[in-house]
Design a binder for this molecule. Structure first.
Ligand code: ADP
Ligand code: F6P
Length: 474
């Protein structure tokens, strides 16, 4: 085929696994990109020969490069595109709409135009890089038009799409002025993957209602004779990798150091999130503070460590959240802390994986309380690191992970009293109960790791389109 490249597997995601940063001395460097997509897809890419197309987090032009066994092809976004496509349509329109309108989505026509333009650039780059009959795997809500655009350019390709975040019910999706274009964009794929079966069902129902295609169960029949399958593939982590890290002497030593630095309280509660309004950070800190104010917990004996990675800091709702959390933590510590004993130890920063593993090892109660979350990999990372079968997980019913981690203390994050009870119960649970629950959750996480996820997606993609392309072995 003319104009085809040489990669048999092409990953297309908004972000590359590494992000361009400017060091304090003015030089440029790379650091790991934030978020669950990179945590999950990076080990898959390392295990395969292929290329990863994505934005390097800057408006500079960067040449393709090789990083730790991965071939990376950067796509530049201009300053205006960062504003309109990334901060605007992706993160102020789609993100809140797809997360149950936890914040109010904004609809602006110029943001949509930028979304179309940037999606086209990604599709064109993928078309250039993919070998004849290659597999192209497109990821997440920032790139929902890429499958259709790519199919028009390269009908020989086998195209898969995976949505890492929730797919909303029809009642919400219908608000989008560009709902039909987005559905048609996704239908360019042979296989559209979601975190949960309910999301796949929402999609098929919308396609029937809004695009008018015939559907049967999880299949959509297109007028050109093509069939598209929509199904759930719950994402996971490199569970063994996390466990190995957690077992290392350095991590063990660091976990002890962290506990010492916290004053050796009998209970350490932990939250780890991107600083995002969907994660329910404010409500969980309030619930913990009320337990101290009520006299149920004592700052001499319990501390809440909240680690929040800076995220999407130019988007207004994220700035508001940051100010709210700063004020709340200041107020709680001012009112309830004692000298050397803050109620909340708040860290607005990103840490290496070793430090995360040490924090997980040190936490008696892991608190994951999103209002809505596609999966939530933090919950799975915690479980993978607890090879000692200790540690209690408090988990929102509205995280995708709650479908698999049924033995967690499940909570409704909108119910502050319910969260308070769950925090107390998890903190006071008998060892026997904690071990029983953790063992069951560990079985689930260790047996269903990210390699199994990629395997099942790619095998299904090959099955949906057996007559086309080469089979990529995950
Ligand atoms: P999301 O994709 O919405 O950010 P997930 O929980 O699925 O949510 O994934 C978050 C990923 O980011 C996890 O791999 C987690 O370890 C990582 N992470 C979160 N907070 C931090 C932090 N402060 N420092 C380093 N990594 C973090
Ligand atoms: O699905 C989670 C996700 O939204 C990814 O798509 C994204 O890369 C990550 O979280 C982090 O967000 P951002 O890329 O906007 O920093």
């Amino acid at each position: 085929m003319a104009n085809s490249g040489s990669a048999d597997l092409v990953i297309v995601a908004n972000r590359l696994p590494v992000d361009r940063v400017t060091n304090p001395d003015g030089s440029s460097g790379w650091r790991r990109s934030p978020g669950g997509l990179v945590t999950a897809v990076e080990p898959v890419m390392r295990a395969n020969d292929g290329i990863w197309i994505g934005w390097p987090g800057t408006d500079e032009d960067v040449e393709p490069f090789h990083d730790q066994g991965m071939d990376l092809v950067p796509i530049a976004l201009s300053e205006l595109e960062i504003e309109e496509f990334y901060e605007g349509f992706a993160n102020a329109t789609l993100w809140p709409l797809y997360h149950d309108v936890v914040a109010k989505p904004e609809f602006h026509r110029e943001w949509w135009d930028a979304y179309v333009r940037v999606n086209r650039r990604f599709a064109e780059q993928a078309a250039k890089c993919a070998a004849e009959g290659a597999t192209v795997w497109v990821h997440d809500y920032q790139l929902q038009l890429v499958p259709q655009m790519l199919r028009e350019l390269r009908p020989d390709l086998r195209i898969g799409f995976f949505l890492h975040i929730p797919f909303p019910p029809a009642e919400l999706f219908q608000q989008l002025p560009w709902r039909r274009q987005l559905l048609e964009g996704l239908l360019g794929a042979d296989l559209v993957g979601f975190q949960l079966p309910g999301a796949a069902q929402n999609f098929v129902r919308l396609v029937r209602q809004r695009v008018g295609h015939k559907t049967h169960r999880d299949l959509v029949y297109l007028p050109d004779g093509r069939t598209v399958r929509a199904a759930a593939f719950p994402i996971s982590i490199d569970a063994e990798g996390f466990e190995t890290l957690a077992r290392s002497e350095e991590v063990e030593k660091r976990a002890t150091e962290i506990r010492d630095a916290l004053g050796n309280p009998s209970k350490v509660f932990l939250g780890v999130d991107r600083l995002d309004y969907t994660k329910g950070i404010y409500a969980r800190l309030r619930a913990f503070a009320e337990l101290i104010a009520d006299g149920e917990l004592d700052v001499e004996d319990a501390v809440f460590v909240q680690v929040a990675t800076p995220s999407r800091e130019e988007v207004e709702q994220y700035r508001i959240l940051r100010d709210e959390i700063d004020r709340l933590v200041g107020r709680i510590n001012g009112d309830l802390g004692r000298i050397g004993r803050p109620a909340i130890s708040y860290l607005h920063s990103s840490y290496p994986r070793e430090e995360m593993a040490a924090l997980y090892r040190c936490a008696d109660v892991m608190v994951v309380t999103p209002y809505r979350d596609g999966m939530n990999l933090v919950a799975k990372e915690y479980v993978a690191c607890r090879f000692d079968n200790r540690g209690a997980l408090v988990l929102s019913e509205f995280a995708g992970a709650a479908e698999e981690l049924r033995q967690a203390w499940l909570v409704n994050p909108y119910d502050i009293n319910g969260m308070k009870s769950a925090l107390l119960e998890a903190g006071r649970a008998e060892d026997k109960d904690v071990v029983r629950r953790m063992k069951a959750m560990r079985k689930q996480v260790m047996e269903n790791d990210v390699a199994a996820w990629a395997d099942s997606f790619l095998a299904e993609l090959a099955a949906v389109r057996p007559d086309h392309g080469k089979t990529v072995r995950p």
